[in-house]
Design a protein around this ligand. Structure first.
Ligand code: UD1
Length: 350
C-alpha cells in the first residue's frame, strides 16, 4: 500500500491552517503542525481531533529557530510538501512594528525554502493575499493584473514572500510552489469545533459583527459610506474558510500529481462576488435573526474601496470553486462565536 503523504502545515493551529489540517486528514494525508501558538491556542488540536478522530502531530516551536526546524526535518525524511500559513497578519500592527513583521514573516519563509532544498521536500503552498493588488484599476481582478506598491509592511511581506519564492523556483527546477492569493476568508467549520480566535479587539469585519451581536462589543463601526460604491460602503469578496481550505488540497494535489504548468504558479481564491460592508451586516442579520448594533464612522486609513476576484483560473486549473454561500458562511461564524464563548465559560474564562 502507498504510504500516506506527509505534509507539514506551518501555522496549523491558526484559523485557515486548522481548517486545512481537517481537510488534509479527511483526505488521508498525514498532517504535521508546526506552530508556536503566538496567535492561536493548543485547544485547536483538540477541536481538529473531535472533527476527524485523528490527533495531528503538533510541534510547538518558532520557525525562525533554524536549528529546531532542521532537527525536526532530520527526524522525518520523506516529507512530501509544506503548506506555509505561519505569519503575522495584523495590518495596523505591522505599520507600528515593521521590523517584527519583516523579521518573522521573511525569516520563517527563508528557513522553509532552505529546508525544501536540504531535505528534499519538493512542494510548497504559500499563503498570499489579494492585498498584493492594492486598489485594482479593473474588476474583477485577475492574476495578470499588476501587483501594486504595498501599503503596509504586512502587505509587503506577502509581496516579498511571493518574489522570494519565484526567484528560488527559477533557480531550482526540482522544487515547485504555488502562491494562493486569498480574498476575505470568513466563517468556521460547520461542526462548531474550530473557528477564528481573534486575540483582543478584532480588526476584521466578521469577528467584529459576531462579537457585537453576542454583546462583547457595544457597537460595530462601519468605516465609511462615502466610497464610490452602490451603497457607499467598501466592497470585498468573502469566502468560507472551508472552501479556502479545500483550495489548498487542490493546489497540493496539482503539485504532487505534477499537473502544474510551471514550477511556480499563482491563483486567486475568491467567490467572484463583491459584497459591501452594509450588505454583509444585513445578510448576517437575516441569516441569524440577530440584530447588529452599528454606526457609521469615518474611513479607516489604508482601506481599499472595492475588490473582488476573478477566480476563473483556479476554477479551471485547480478544479476548485467556492460552494458555501455568504449567508451560510455568516451562520457558521455565529455558531462558532456561541460555541467558543460557552467553551470559554466552561473553562472559567470571561
Ligand atoms: C485586511 C487587509 C488585508 C489582509 C486582511 C487580513 C487592509 C486594507 N487589508 O483586509 O491586506 O489580508 O485584512 O485579515 O487592511 N470594516 C468595518 N468595520 C470593522 C472592520 C472592518 O467597517 O470594524 C470594513 C473594512 O473597512 C472593510 C471590510 O469591512 O471595508 C473588510 O475589512 P477586514 O475584514 O478588515 O478585511 P480587509 O480590509 O479586506
Amino acid at each position: 500500500m502507498d504510504k500516506s503523504k506527509r505534509v507539514i502545515v506551518t501555522g496549523g493551529t491558526g484559523y485557515i491552517g486548522s481548517h486545512t489540517v481537517v481537510e488534509l486528514q479527511q483526505k488521508g494525508y498525514e498532517a504535521i503542525i508546526i506552530d508556536n501558538l503566538s496567535n492561536s491556542d493548543i485547544s485547536v488540536v483538540d477541536g481538529i481531533e473531535k472533527i476527524t478522530g485523528i490527533r495531528p502531530r503538533f510541534e510547538n516551536f518558532d520557525l525562525c529557530n533554524r536549528k529546531k526546524l532542521f532537527r525536526l526535518m532530520e527526524s522525518m525524511p520523506g516529507t512530501d510538501a509544506i503548506i506555509h500559513f505561519a505569519a503575522y497578519k495584523a495590518v495596523g500592527e505591522s505599520v507600528r512594528e515593521p521590523l517584527r513583521y519583516y523579521h518573522n514573516n521573511l525569516t520563517t519563509l527563508l528557513n522553509l525554502l532552505e529546508v525544501m532544498e536540504k531535505y528534499n521536500v519538493p512542494s510548497l503552498v504559500f499563503s498570499s493575499s489579494c492585498t498584493v493588488y492594492g486598489q485594482p484599476e479593473r474588476l474583477p481582478v485577475t492574476e495578470e493584473d499588476p501587483v501594486q506598491p504595498a501599503t503596509s509592511p504586512y502587505g509587503n511581506t506577502k509581496q516579498m514572500g511571493e518574489e522570494i519564492i519565484r526567484d528560488m523556483m527559477y533557480a531550482r527546477s526540482g522544487l515547485q510552489a504555488v502562491s494562493l492569493r486569498y480574498f476575505n476568508p470568513i466563517g468556521a467549520h460547520p461542526s462548531g469545533h474550530i473557528g477564528e480566535l481573534p486575540a483582543g479587539m478584532p480588526e476584521n469585519l466578521v469577528p467584529f459583527i459576531t462579537q457585537t451581536a453576542i454583546g462583547i462589543r457595544d457597537q460595530l463601526k462601519v468605516f465609511g459610506v462615502d466610497y464610490n460604491t452602490p451603497d457607499g460602503s467598501c466592497i470585498r469578496d468573502y469566502l468560507h474558510v472551508t472552501d479556502l481550505a479545500k483550495a489548498h488540497i487542490a493546489a497540493l494535489e496539482r503539485l504532487l500529481d505534477q499537473k502544474n504548468k510551471t514550477n511556480y504558479e499563482v491563483f486567486n481564491l475568491g467567490t467572484g462576488q463583491g459584497v459591501s460592508v452594509l450588505e454583509a451586516i444585513r445578510t448576517f442579520e437575516e441569516a441569524t435573526g440577530e440584530k447588529v448594533n452599528y454606526t457609521i464612522t469615518g474611513r479607516r486609513e489604508g482601506d481599499i474601496e472595492k475588490i473582488w476576484a476573478d477566480p476563473s483560473l483556479a476554477n479551471k486549473e485547480l478544479g476548485w470553486k467556492t460552494e458555501i454561500t455568504l449567508a451560510e458562511s455568516l451562520r457558521s461564524a455565529w455558531k462558532w462565536e456561541n460555541n467558543y464563548r460557552s467553551i470559554k465559560r466552561e473553562n472559567g474564562e470571561k
